[in-house]
Design a protein around this ligand. Structure first.
Ligand SMILES: Nc1nc2c(c(=O)[nH]1)N[C@H]1C(S)=C(S)[C@@H](COP(=O)(O)OP(=O)(O)OC[C@H]3O[C@@H](n4cnc5c(=O)[nH]c(N)nc54)[C@H](O)[C@@H]3O)O[C@H]1N2
Ligand SMILES: Nc1nc2c(c(=O)[nH]1)N[C@H]1C(S)=C(S)[C@@H](COP(=O)(O)OP(=O)(O)OC[C@H]3O[C@@H](n4cnc5c(=O)[nH]c(N)nc54)[C@H](O)[C@@H]3O)O[C@H]1N2
Ligand code: SF4
Ligand SMILES: [Mo]
Length: 688
């Protein structure tokens, strides 16, 4: 290719709900056409590596099924009959309906509903400005991070930790309850660098031999929901065998003597009985941790998606405090970096208009909310109107039967703003076409790393696609909602956000592409004190500090036995782990992802398959009190008998009976502050 015809390269960030938040280079092939997407070589976390699904992003942006213009439902709900309408008509219809319902039942009958389909701060969170100004019903965003964060905060006191790039300088990387090869490939970049350059070992703690476990030196294949017991067993050994750092414990932690006493009965045998691991396996890894000062705990989300998930996260964080590995570069622990970015979201979210008296509804309990559970509705009016951006609850929310019944209600008006005709969009009255990240400006923070990256608009919006910000501002006009944020462009909002949050201006970002927000070593490793007021790591958790619903939670780490344990009626425990080629339900429309993932399957241990009386590729019926579904069998020996795994949140339509895996997952709010226990479901399985 001659220099003249080389495509222009734009710097951006991956907008998807992934801890990696890769810095990207996007080829522009024409005013409305992108080419290849690559990971930025010169970004120290991305280091030129991105996942395959985003490398082929042109397939998603230029997909023939992209929504290109507003649609109005003309058939029955969910039937899929649409008529093309103008933006003017679409926005007027939505606004009129919202005003009409507000007049009848008050503003809290309208529920703007969103999540992190884009992680851009302007286009993800702007919907809250409209909510607050109009006093619409609030959303407690519980579906993903609450359990993990509660557990981290209880011990460490603040949402940050060791620099994730330090994994490359570690001698032992413990990848705990995150399938990094699928969900955040860059963890592997840094962990394998440590292995190559310094012979570091990698330990994976996960109920099944997933792609990350295959890449590890040691795999602890425990029963799901038993990580607290494993952590305690490990720490029992650390104290027993003189591997606890008493000087560190004295200086930096609280309640450690009480904790040491508590550990007396948490023997390796006790841990083995609960986790299903052998005493030898637990001891080997405990000694590895105890002997390796530079042990880096990379704590994921997966092991917190159980009813005892917050307690288990807290227990895991305790290990780094017992060994004092925080003292070393390449040591310590990391879960998320939320706190280092210190965003001032007041303008984007309209905090000045926030009224604390307005009811808050639990995002994860959208099924009970829409089917009118009075407790979920806080004894207020029913939800009769919704605007949905960046999420697909018809597939991803728990207790799907109720979610589906809710969206089928004739008296519920729904507007979905989407890039694709998702199963939620299909239930809408009005569907609005949304831009993808290459068609709008936004700014992104790395939850699993340390950069703030500007994502510039690369191409003009396709068809009649419009950004979330544009839609919110147009609706605000029609709804009589007034706020400075509705008058500004995306870039103006970003400029003000950066200024009030203490970051360089847009022009600087245009030059430097990103800013490294990492805090200094002493702060990241809490050598000046942990996040609590007393500056100590807390072995005894004060759960009332992190959530309202904490009754019964053990203060000291333990195996908190509130999970759905297998019983005679439900002998198997189901984990609904992420698929490599889907990201939640994003990419479930792209042919290359579908081709690689094939179809929904349940991974079944050969012994279990024998007991049930089924073979490879047979269909089984799997169920619990919430319902049952049909699914193909994949026989797999990389899990304990009794554990079963279904990878991917496949849209309902891919299942034999057109209802997806979340039919079986409970929506009960996990303690202490809500969240769905996606990997904590006891089920029965029968031959079909
Ligand atoms: N390819 C791909 N990437 C994704 C996503 C995706 O769906 N696909 N989802 C994105 C989102 S929204 C998020 S929040 C992140 C989440 O990413 P992760 O932190 O990786 O969390 P999970 O996806 O919940 O599950 C990861 C692993 O946890 C394991 N697990 C389940 N229960 C337990 C347990 O009790 N103990 C232990 N030790 N392990 C357990 C599962 O078997 C699975 O291998 O990934 C993001 N990235
Ligand atoms: N069984 C099971 N269920 C789960 C999980 C699990 O592990 N197992 N994980 C849970 C977790 S951690 C999460 S976070 C949720 C996530 O569930 P969702 O929030 O539904 O996930 P995404 O696929 O990330 O994004 C949803 C939609 O956002 C749209 N979107 C992307 N960018 C934009 C934009 O700029 N504008 C607009 N208007 N739309 C946009 C995409 O097209 C996509 O359809 O699922 C949860 N559900
Ligand atoms: S690894 Fe995650 S952040 Fe990076 S490109 Fe893939 S989905 Fe995006
Ligand atoms: Mo998530």
């Amino acid at each position: 290719m001659s220099a003249a015809s080389k495509p222009e390269i734009f710097s951006s960030a991956c907008p998807h709900d992934c801890p990696s938040t890769c810095s990207l280079e996007v080829e522009k092939l024409g005013p409305q056409k992108i080419g290849r997407v690559r990971g930025a070589e010169d970004n120290s976390y991305t280091a030129g590596v991105i996942c395959a699904k985003v490398a082929r992003y042109a397939e998603r942006t230029h997909h023939p099924d992209r929504l290109m213009h507003p649609l109005k439902r003309v058939g029955a709900k969910g039937e899929g009959k649409w008529e093309r309408i103008s933006w003017e008509e679409a926005l007027d219809t939505v606004a009129n309906k919202f005003l009409e319902q507000e007049k009848k039942l008050g503003p809290e009958t309208v529920w703007p509903y969103y999540y992190a389909g884009t992680m851009g701060l302007v286009h993800r969170d702007g919907i809250n400005r409209l909510r607050h100004v109009k006093k619409y019903a609030g959303q407690e965003s519980t579906i993903c991070i609450n359990l993990a964060r509660a557990g981290w905060k209880a011990g460490v006191g603040v949402y940050r930790g060791a620099d994730p790039r330090e994994m490359a300088k570690s001698d032992l990387v413990v990848i705990w309850g995150t399938n990094a090869v699928h969900t955040q490939i860059n963890v592997m970049t840094h962990a394998t660098r440590a292995r190559k350059e310094r012979g570091a070992k990698i330990v994976v703690i996960d109920p099944y031999r997933n792609a990350t476990a295959i890449a590890a030196d040691h795999h602890l294949m425990l029963k799901p929901g038993t990580d607290g017991a494993l952590a305690l067993g490990i720490m029992h050994i650390l104290f027993r065998d003189g591997m606890a750092d008493r000087e560190y414990l004295e200086k930096y932690t609280r309640d450690f003597l009480e904790f040491e006493e508590h550990l007396q009965t948490k023997t390796p045998q006790w841990a083995s009985d609960i986790t299903g691991l052998t005493v030898a396996e637990i001891t080997e890894v405990a000694h590895l941790i105890g002997k390796t000062p530079k042990t880096f705990l990379r704590l994921g989300y997966g092991f917190t998606r159980s009813r005892n998930g917050a307690v288990n996260m807290h227990a895991a964080t305790c290990i780094a405090a017992v060994t004092g590995s925080w003292k070393h570069e390449g040591g310590g622990a990391f879960h998320t970096n939320g706190a280092i970015f210190h965003w001032d979201m007041s303008l984007i979210e309209g905090h000045d208009a926030l009224d604390p008296k307005v009811r808050m509804l639990d995002q994860s309990r959208i099924g009970p909310v829409l089917t009118g559970d009075p407790q979920d509705l806080k004894d207020g009016p029913p939800i009769t109107a919704m605007l949905i951006q960046n999420t697909n609850p018809m597939d991803v929310a728990p207790e799907l039967a109720k979610v589906h019944a809710g969206f089928a209600r004739e008296d519920l008006f729904v507007c979905v703003h989407e890039q694709f005709m998702t199963e939620t969009a299909k239930m809408a009255d009005i569907v609005l076409p949304a831009t993808t990240f290459v068609e709008h400006d936004d700014i992104y923070q790395g939850g699993g790393q340390n950069h703030i990256t500007l994502g510039r608009k690369v191409i003009e919006p396709l068809g009649e696609c419009r950004s979330n910000h544009w839609v919110i501002c147009e609706l605000a006009k029609r709804l009589g909602a007034e706020h400075e944020g509705f008058q500004l462009t995306e870039i103006e909002l970003i400029e003000k956000l950066l200024k009030s949050s203490g970051w360089p201006d847009v022009e600087t970002f245009m030059q430097s592409k990103w800013v490294d927000a990492q805090v200094p070593f002493e702060e990241a490793h809490f050598l000046n004190g942990f996040g609590h007021e007393d500056g100590k790591f807390h072995f005894a958790a004060d759960w009332s500090e992190v959530g309202r619903n904490f009754s019964g939670m053990p203060a000291l780490p333990d195996h908190w036995d509130v999970i759905q344990k297998p019983d005679e009626q439900h002998p198997y425990r189901l984990v609904t782990a992420p698929a490599r080629n889907f990201l939640n339900t994003s990419f479930t429309a792209t042919p290359s992802s579908l081709k690689r993932e094939k179809r929904p399957t349940v991974l079944l241990h050969p012994e279990d398959a024998k007991n049930i009386g089924v073979n490879q590729d047979d269909v089984v019926r799997m169920g619990n009190a919430q319902g049952s579904l049909l699914i193909h069998v994949d026989i797999f020996d990389g899990l304990q008998p009794g554990t079963v795994v279904v990878e991917g949140i496949w849209p309902n339509k891919h299942f034999i009976e057109k209802i997806g895996i979340n039919l079986l997952v409970g929506a009960d709010a996990a303690k202490p502050n809500g969240g769905a226990a996606f990997h904590d479901t006891a089920v029965w399985i029968k031959p079909n």
